[in-house]
Design a protein around this ligand. Sequence first.
Ligand code: FAD
Length: 489
Amino acid sequence: MEYKNRSNRQLRPDVCNSKIERRHPISPSVIVIGAGFAGIAAARALHDASFQVIVLESRDRTGGRVCTDYTFGFPVDMGASWLHGVCNENPLAPLIERLGLPLYRTCNDNSVMYDHDLERYALFDTDGNRVPQELVVKIGEVFEKILKATNEVRQECNEDISIQQAFSIVFERRPELKSEGLAHKVLQWYLCGMEGWFAADAETISLKCWDKEVLLPGGNGIMVLGYRPMINTLAKGLDIRLNHRVTEIFRHHNGVRVTTESGSTFVADAAIVTIPLGVLKSNTIKFEPRLPEWKEAAISDLGVGVENKIVMHFDKVFWPNVEFLGVVADTSYGCSSFLNLHKAINHPVLVYMPAGKLAQDIEKMSDEAAANFAFMQLQKILPGASPLIQYLLSRWGSDPNSLGSYSYDKVGKSHDSYEKLRIPIDNLFFAGEATSALYPGFVHGAYSTGLQAAENCRIRVLESYGEHDVFEPATGENTASVPLLISKM
Ligand SMILES: Cc1cc2nc3c(=O)[nH]c(=O)nc-3n(C[C@H](O)[C@H](O)[C@H](O)COP(=O)(O)OP(=O)(O)OC[C@H]3O[C@@H](n4cnc5c(N)ncnc54)[C@H](O)[C@@H]3O)c2cc1C
């Protein structure tokens, strides 16, 4: 389907080689843009439904915001690492089960903001004093009460406001929920956790929509071997063109033409666009004709936040045997969290996870300065910390292939924007985490929108061929045979 400098008029690919295609001189063809979870899921499903599929990917690797790094000699995920919702309803469960991939549980219940199993945390102040566990429990309960009270504020407000503004209103009305000194710092740490969940600061998160996403049951489990085996399995046998950055997408009533940075041109019956929201916002891809106003508005209305990982490898474990270490501070910006990966993968590794403005500020630093910054946060609470032997860090906010970590609901904007971003335009279909109204920001959201786009695309293209039944449905799902393997040390 690749043509260099091809004329605009010829929109049909002329390659056909499958059994079914012999009955049809031309077989249905699709270009999938982006080889992350959404794109690979869509391509897999259409390939299995006997479509000709080409995947165009700007990076030199597949996976997108799923990126398992092996530099340390063992897998470490620099993007997604948790399966949120360890349950059979999770669209990824059949694949995880089929591959027998182990999970490590870090959160038992379905609470996002407040994990009731506080034995999992060790919090410290910036002088290295451990925060008494009773205080952590007490303030966790206060935090829950504040969130409940913001719900009342939400019901009264016609206009949307930010989570930060809602907290201020709650404190005015119910001063007993305000805390001071160490208790205030612990509260800031909880707020920091909420900001990390959305990769955005409380002043930008919508009160009306922050809890509109659907949380699957079963708690959260880390993919012990990383997400990479899943991507590799889904991508097997697909025609994926790496280092192909798409710059222009031209659509026509019976086809699409996609041009890359190097000038290569690809044509097909339809395209599935899985480009990250941050990249769509940057206007580096020209849509011809221009996308309708409502689609452009959805792209502009959704927020994209930044969360990064600074992964620190030590020669030995010198920290307490808990899931998370935390530093409490006067503001959520000053708080920190470290995931103790040792519990899941049995290597002495801590992962520092800044989000929002802090993550953006750290991205402005050199690699060395950023790693030092993370290490200094750790030294505040564990002055005897061993020196770092290796580190890895992500820059999802400035990486031109992502320009952000994941989407969130901005103040004053409608949650419907996710759905609007998903709606196809002619033979252009859209998928990716930011097109999932149910599971935005999740790998399973990206995956299920990829499958949905593939199915919608399959139906439309076959209708245009006057065929409905000759090709298999593009579900791409396999039945599960082994239960999810989750452990807890
Ligand atoms: C630090 C971090 C932690 C996260 N943690 C979790 C977690 O624990 N659990 C979870 O469920 N989710 C998590 N997420 C979110 C999850 O990674 C994403 O929701 C999901 O991977 C998005 O998949 P996607 O296919 O929509 O987009 P992507 O994976 O971003 O795929 C889009 C692809 O398009 C490519 N592309 C971009 N521009 C172009 C172009 N012009 N031409 C061609 N190709 C292009 C990109 O290179 C990329 O490969 C995390 C994300 C980050 C960044």
